[in-house]
Design a protein around this ligand. Structure first.
Ligand code: ATP
Ligand code: MG
Length: 389
């Protein structure tokens, strides 16, 4: 147990079975936790928003919003929340699915109190790691503020700190994914179940791809002053993205519009680096139509449009990437560009926007965004027009 009587861990318990709710509440309260209960997913979600519990334990099978759906919505509202799933006998398919949506763990019915305690303990350990990283980040921020004379040094430190924090988060996700996939593989071997073997293997491959991408992202992120500035037509890197992504747009039934600048202005930029930035933004815009980013299904019937526009103004080049996708929740929007954050589970690292910002700043430009949940987002990059040196 890891709770102080002054500040007990707040756990939300969601289960449609009255008996289980009562028994677990009593067991967990006597172990020192503060327990909130909900008989269904809808009520659970309301309580989650109102009470911000530290941890959620939910039954996987429930009428209405089921456990998986609840898990998805909670992760959308706050990706840091750890969720433990309760599964029945024969719910292995659902348990596997929940691991893919980043459940912290699952325990099987009939619930063994030792299993439960150990799952809570593990979730707490994970939360403590995230908290330590946060505190570390805050300390670094204070350091930066205090040392505004020596800003350069401190900024470097803060960047290193953020990179470590981002890496830990990404590695934590990958480790979770690998643990999930090896579990599924084990089940497949044990039960000689081809389906599990296939699922486990797919998930394992996804995680291997993710590690590969993470190391590339890190390399990119760590790259300093190696930009290769040349006079370029600002439309060029954008046109490459259109070629690269048109097929994907068709596949995802997205209306992808390209509005190049009619002006023939040349600008000093690293075309490959700008290509990467635009690719990150357009890939994010496409992802904004994925079901996992829109758990409430608000965008199901809306227009699916992504626009990549460029305007050459007198003193700057402006790139605009706009989508009519899911938009972002408040906490996600507030963290953007400040820390490595992803709401895409095993499919994201959170390096995309941080790298983009870094590259744009190295071009002496800036990046801003607007977003509205259920309506879409817009990212604007401004790069001052320098024609030499
Ligand atoms: N256009 C968008 N619409 C909705 N959410 C977005 C959009 N762009 C960014 N986000 C949110 O910001 C988060 C961070 O984006 P970022 O590109 O840094 O990382 P990522 O896309 O999750 O992973 P990757 O490193 O693979 O790009 C995303 O996970 C998503 O929640
Ligand atoms: Mg991205």
């Amino acid at each position: 147990m890891n709770t102080s009587p002054m500040n007990p861990l707040k756990i939300l318990l969601v289960d449609d079975e009255d008996g289980i709710r009562k028994v677990l509440k009593i067991t967990l309260e006597s172990a020192g936790y503060r327990i909130l209960t909900a008989p269904d997913g809808e009520t659970g979600l309301d309580i989650f928003v109102r009470e911000a519990p530290d941890l959620v334990i939910t039954d996987i099978k429930m009428p209405g919003i089921d456990g998986i759906e609840l898990l998805k919505r909670i992760k959308h509202l706050n990706p840091e929340t750890e969720v433990i799933m309760i599964t029945g006998h024969g719910d292995m398919d659902l348990a596997v699915k929940s691991l893919q949506y980043e459940a912290a763990d699952f325990i099987t019915k009939p619930i063994d109190s030792l299993d439960l305690e150990s799952a809570i303990q593990k979730a707490q350990d994970r939360m403590a790691i995230s908290r330590n990283i946060k505190t570390y980040m805050e300390d670094l921020k204070i350091l930066v503020e205090e040392k505004d004379k020596k800003l350069n040094e401190s900024e470097k430190l803060a960047t290193i700190g953020q990179t470590i924090a981002g890496m830990s988060h990404a590695i934590k996700n990958i480790a979770g994914g690998l643990k999930g996939s090896s579990f599924i593989l084990e089940q497949g071997i044990e039960h000689e179940n081809r389906q599990y073997l296939k699922q486990g293997w797919e998930m394992m491959k996804g995680n291997i791809d993710k590690i590969t991408k993470l190391s590339l992202d890190l390399l990119n992120y760590a790259k300093t002053t190696r930009l290769n500035f040349q006079l370029e037509n600002p439309n060029t890197p954008a046109r490459e993205i259109v070629q690269l992504m048109t097929h994907k747009a068709k596949e995802k039934k997205i209306n992808f519009k390209f509005l190049p600048s009619p002006e023939k202005k040349m600008a000093l930029m690293d075309s490959d680096a700008i290509h990467n930035c635009l690719l990150n933004l357009v890939a994010n815009a496409f992802d904004a139509f994925d079901e996992s980013l829109d758990p409430e299904g608000q965008k199901q019937d809306g227009p699916r449009q992504v626009t990549l526009g460029i305007t050459a103004q007198e003193k700057e080049i402006v790139y605009q990437v706009k989508d009519t996708g899911a938009g972002m929740s408040e906490p996600v929007a507030a963290s953007l560009f400040k820390e490595f954050i992803t709401t895409k589970g095993v499919n994201g690292t959170g390096f995309g926007l941080m790298t983009t910002k870094k590259i744009i700043e190295e071009h002496h430009g800036n990046i801003r965004f607007r977003t509205e949940p259920g309506k879409g987002s817009e990212f604007i990059i401004r790069i001052p027009l320098r024609t030499k040196g």
